[in-house]
Ligand binder design. Structure first.
Ligand code: DGL
Length: 272
């Protein structure tokens, strides 16, 4: 199917594109194989066992394509299944929680950090635990925003859209009132709403994008382990989904700023 030596990136749907966008920018000579589990999105309100099962199937698909690294560009998988994945994989792995928490810890000035994510991510307190390990004096305010993922998956990402603005206000008003100066977008879908979130939170609140931070961290691991490709030619990413590619192509095209028509392949993830 695909060539080897690629970086494998997966998410429940479109969210991991926030990592892919950065990979395409910083590592254009690396091949990216992306899997979005659009047939089973969202993961964020599912049980732990289901999330772990899906995470292993997604990873198996990538490994079958001989990827040299697995990136769980998904806050939910990283929070719930990250340890299980890491212990079983024989290639380097990263999720999104550690690199993102690390950046937020360095960005905050007043020590008040907001974290938004799916119900599973917030329920696991993964970011909060990590932040508290980095500095026990941080005040961390968490909020699950379950409507954000369906908004993004259905293409509601425009900062001027009234529905988008309303949902953002509904979820984020309490974090705004807490006086946070840093907000972790702890689900990789949320950077697709970044402009609208930033409009609401204002420019005094730094937004930390989990997809972006993870791609930067993954690039660092590959460099340290001498796994970067030496060929000097730009590689075309390959995209796979588990449901019809049409919606994915439209929204992904908007977000990545490229025409994605007829570039996405549907696979049967249940066989992995
Ligand atoms: N992008 C995901 C995350 O970072 C997925 C959310 C979902 O499927 O609920 O958590």
């Amino acid at each position: 199917m695909s060539s080897s030596n690629a970086i494998g990136v997966f998410d429940s749907g479109l969210g991991g594109l926030s990592a892919v966008k950065e990979f395409l920018h910083v590592l254009p000579n690396e091949k990216i194989i992306y899997f979005g589990d659009t047939g089973r999105v969202p993961y964020g309100n599912r049980s732990r066992d289901t999330i772990i099962k899906y995470a292993f199937q997604d990873t198996n698909f990538l490994l079958e394509n001989n990827v040299k690294m697995v990136v769980a560009a998904c806050g939910t998988v990283s929070s719930v299944a990250g340890k299980a994945l890491e212990s079983k994989l024989s290639v380097p792995y990263t999720g999104v929680v550690n690199p993102t928490a690390f950046t937020a810890a360095h960005k905050t000035s007043n020590g008040k950090i907001g974290v938004i994510g799916t119900a599973a991510t917030i329920g696991s307190h993964s970011y909060k635990k990590r932040l508290k390990k980095l500095n026990s004096e941080f005040e961390v305010f968490e909020k699950a925003c379950p409507l954000f993922v369906p908004l993004v998956e259905n293409g509601f990402i425009c900062r001027d859209d009234q529905i988008v603005r309303l949902v953002i206000r509904r979820y984020l008003s309490e974090l705004k009132d807490r006086g946070i100066d840093t907000l972790i977008l702890g689900c990789t879908h949320y950077p697709l709403l970044r402009e609208a979130i930033s409009d609401y939170m204002g420019d005094k609140v730094a937004l930390v994008d989990s997809g972006y931070e993870t791609a930067v961290y993954a690039a660092k691991i590959l460099k340290e382990q001498n796994l970067l490709n030496d060929e000097n030619s730009v590689k075309k990413p390959e995209f796979f989904v588990s449901d019809t590619p049409d919606d994915f192509e439209n929204v992904a095209g908007l977000f990545l700023g490229r025409n994605m028509e007829h570039t996405v392949t549907q696979i049967d993830i249940e066989q992995y």
